[in-house]
Design a binder for this molecule. Sequence first.
Ligand SMILES: Nc1ncnc2c1ncn2[C@@H]1O[C@H](COP(=O)(O)OP(=O)(O)O)[C@@H](O)[C@H]1O
Ligand SMILES: [Mg+2]
Length: 303
Amino acid sequence: MNLHMLVFTRLETQSATTKVAHDLLTAAAVAEGHELTIISDFDCQMHFGNETSVFIRNTPAKDINVLFVRANLSGAKLQFRRTLIKQFELMGIPVVNREEAVMNAKNKLRNLQVLTEHNIPIPKTYVVSHAGYLDDALKDIGRFPIILKTPSGSQGKGVAIIESKRGLKSVIEMFDNGEPIVLQQYVKESSGKDIRVFVVGDRVIGAMKRETTRRGEFRSNFHLGGKVSVADLTKGPKGEKQLALNATRACGLDIAGVDILRTQDGPKVIEVNANPGLEGITQATGKNIAGEIIRFMVSKVPA
Ligand SMILES: Nc1ncnc2c1ncn2[C@@H]1O[C@H](COP(=O)(O)OP(=O)(O)O)[C@@H](O)[C@H]1O
Ligand SMILES: [Mg+2]
């Protein structure tokens, strides 16, 4: 079978992390007796006409049985990229992580909105655009430090800890352009550690603990040097597995990485990633995560 993967990086300049993921998926496809073709959005042209189509390097896209979208969408070219994903859907191709679901996860504001809409517990969160409107949010969130996030950061970049109101005001004013920011209650008891749950289809296929190895660091992201180890969810707080599945479903995602903080008030979701990394989870669990993804893709191909 000819499996395809749409990526939003140029293949010539992909990062080491991206390459690891691509290599794992390519090898898994081959092991399952399939071929995985990687398409970069850079090489795609869309044709709007009687017949919806996409051209790849000037050749009409055909024989795509299923498309896996690695949606590391940043703000750049957002409208083009989401339209492109949708275009593949309109061609009748099964798309794994559909456009709407990707959009529910891409941006932290929308993501948190969807989660609360579906009664998924999250830490207290406010979105503000102006330093003049901070007081009520701060009153409710409680004491400092608090967490500040930019709406579209990932891999821990764009997440900061702020120690005082004075610091917060100055940071907001630094953004100055009215760019909204996310203010969130700091979950002290889980500082420097969290749980990443990897969901494929309706199943949790692996989970890991992530813990920072740096002194004073509160972010546990793998790409910031977080140490990973397997997490046995049957031994953790009750309901974590279901929480991850519910969060994934709320966003409409097929494949997701759900970040959970173990708080005094039980597990809370901080975000759902539509494009979870493969390296850390594969290493931590020793499982063939890429193989699970490939088999799931194949299951989406109509008989
Ligand atoms: N409210 C919070 N309290 C404590 N730590 C947090 C909080 N939010 C995020 N963190 C830490 O920061 C990391 C990155 O935050 P996250 O919201 O997942 O953004 P990113 O998309 O950059 O991964 C988390 O993995 C967690 O370790
Ligand atoms: Mg995260």
